[in-house]
Design a protein around this ligand. Structure first.
Ligand SMILES: CC(C)(COP(=O)(O)OP(=O)(O)OC[C@H]1O[C@@H](n2cnc3c(N)ncnc32)[C@H](O)[C@@H]1OP(=O)(O)O)[C@@H](O)C(=O)NCCC(=O)NCCS
Length: 170
């Protein structure tokens, strides 16, 4: 009998359609009630097929989580965009589709991204989270992250607090 295949692997051009879908539903479910509706729609629609296709073609750090033949999550990562030593690496985005959350897959993706970053000389990483995103805050706290700085950003007129979690060793 064949088992269900679970894999974390680099994103391929053939994944674009499924990444768009994961992005769309994970963002809507995570940020509804936090980011004003019209702004959230704008943010989701900006990330169409072309955006993801060019990210993959550029060779950006992008891993997908595949469950039973379909993409059910992704993580993007690279050099830290802000100057916050010693955190030279950054996890930009980590999203698991709502139907697959709470099963350990976010941890698989996060750990895989951290291993990739460490292999490229970035053992210390940070990740920015909206303070109102309770499940994500709990997730990064449970993974051992410490809040190292905070900032505020305006989303469609709503001024929201963002926190950066730092992780020192993979
Ligand atoms: C945050 C997210 C990536 C975590 O991935 P996941 O696969 O659900 O998480 P895991 O199953 O690996 O780990 C669950 C951990 O998260 C925490 N958690 C808290 N609330 C949770 C919830 N509603 N659902 C899932 N996990 C939750 C738990 O502390 C749990 O820790 P434990 O393993 O020590 O019990 C995922 O829930 C997600 O994509 N959320 C929406 C998008 C988002 O907020 N992304 C992060 C922004 S950078």
């Amino acid at each position: 009998m064949d088992g269900i295949v679970i894999a974390v692997r680099p994103a391929l051009i053939t994944d674009v359609e499924e990444i768009v879908q994961v992005h769309d539903c994970a963002w809507r479910s995570a940020y509804r009630g936090i980011i004003p509706g019209r702004e959230l729609e704008r943010m989701v629609s900006r990330r169409g097929h072309n955006w993801w296709r060019s990210a993959i073609l550029r060779g950006s750090g992008l891993l997908v989580f595949e469950f039973a033949g379909a993409v059910a999550g992704y993580v993007s990562f690279g050099r830290n965009r802000t100057r916050t030593p010693p955190f030279t690496g950054e996890v930009f985005e980590l999203y698991v589709s709502p139907s697959h959350q709470g099963l350990g897959f976010g941890t698989l993706l996060f750990d895989a991204a951290r291993r990739k970053l460490a292999a490229h000389g970035h053992p210390s990483v940070l990740v920015w989270v909206l303070a109102d995103n309770g499940p994500a805050m709990e997730f990064y706290q449970a993974r051992g992250g410490d809040v190292i700085c905070e900032a505020r950003e305006s989303f469609g007129g709503e001024n929201l607090k963002r926190l950066a979690f730092g992780f020192c060793k993979p």
